[in-house]
Write a protein that binds this ligand. Structure first.
Ligand code: UDP
Length: 327
């Protein structure tokens, strides 16, 4: 099968491309390298440097032969940043999504997977979040993904484009064989920051608030190994034929920010210096998925997402790649 992947040089996108290539599929990646890395493009994928806002380029690429589906990752993805730059997020993620969906409809591409997010939900308690939970984004980032989900709903109604909206909880970890990892610039995600603080490559970690309504006062998140996310995309794409779907993808287990620090110390044997700072705007207290729907419907199950394995893979990649993808 032949797939077009936007944002395939980014963290989740690159791991998904690797999974599809290993399954024998042909992959063409479009990425503007604003946050992705040329060296994260897996061997065997064709690479085109360009933006999802460039509708002329996308229509040109998609008019070249047959495509079995599109996977759309290219987007800005930082909750805190989106609170400061809401319109930039709506433009990039919203408009970028509309451009690519429009091109899929024009070229009669049958399947579409959207990289969506748990930030659609603003849970106030510790209940697991399933697909029937109310959508109420606490940030422009979440909102910008939601508008694309809605466009996909109508693209199916009007044009039979079958889509899967995959709402990731906290993607983390790295390829178990060390071929790919997580490298954002600036890095804002908790696990790489904890590891780097432990390795003394960055200042001590600042925990954003310890007065949340949780047992230890710090936020709780559901960490899903990026390679498990990649296999979910492959399983979903294979089963995406008759109806459009939405899936919440996580493990169903929550870990507090403080617990994550302690588990990194346990797994790696290095002490992690940290202090407590202000809350970050737009952070819900607790986000834990109920992943039963995807497990049941596509028979997906995570293999690497127990928290210690996930931390081990993230740590190994960071130790082996001190400058990330920049050699
Ligand atoms: N966090 C933190 N300090 C940091 C970065 C993140 O305390 O330097 C917290 C953040 O407030 C949230 C959790 O770690 O409670 C996970 O944040 P991250 O940005 O990794 O992912 P998000 O849940 O926003 O997608």
């Amino acid at each position: 099968m032949r797939y077009f992947v936007t944002g395939g040089a980014g963290f989740v996108g690159s791991h998904v491309c690797l999974e599809f290539l290993e399954a024998g599929h042909e992959i063409v990646i479009l990425d503007d390298l604003s946050t992705g890395h040329r060296s994260a493009v897996p061997k065997g994928a064709r690479f085109i440097e360009g933006s999802v806002l460039d509708s002329e380029l996308i229509n040109k690429v998609l008019s070249d032969g047959q495509w079995d589906g599109v996977l759309h990752f290219a987007a800005l993805s930082l909750v805190g940043d989106s609170m400061r730059n809401p319109i930039e997020y709506m433009r990039n993620n919203g408009l970028g999504g509309f451009v690519i969906i429009d091109a899929c409809v024009r070229h009669e591409i049958p399947r579409f997977i959207l990289s969506s997010t748990a930030s659609l939900f603003s849970n106030m308690d510790d209940s697991l979040i399933d697909e029937n939970c109310a959508i109420d984004p606490a940030s422009p980032y979440g909102e910008s993904k939601f508008v694309v989900e809605r466009a996909l709903h109508w693209a199916d109604r009007a044009h039979s484009l079958k889509s899967a909206c995959l709402r990731y909880f906290n993607a983390a970890g790295a390829d178990p064989l060390g071929r790919l990892g997580e490298d954002h610039n600036p890095e804002t995600h908790l696990l790489p920051l904890i590891i780097d603080a432990g390795l003394k490559r960055r200042p001590p970690l600042v925990l954003f608030g310890n007065d949340y309504p949780t047992p230890d006062g710090t936020c709780i998140r559901d960490y899903i190994h990026v390679t498990d996310l990649a296999s979910a995309h492959l399983d979903v794409m294979t089963s995406l034929n008759e109806k459009s779907v939405s899936y919440n993808i996580g493990t169903g287990q929550g870990h507090s920010n403080l617990e994550l620090i302690h588990t990194v110390e346990k797994v790696t044997g290095i002490p992690v210096p940290w202090s407590v700072g202000e809350r970050r705007q737009g952070d819900p207290a607790i986000l834990i998925a109920n992943p039963e729907k995807i497990k049941k419907e596509v028979r997906w199950s995570p293999k690497y997402s127990d928290i210690e394995t996930l931390i081990k893979h993230a740590y190994q990649w960071r130790v082996a790649n001190p400058g990330g993808y920049r050699k």
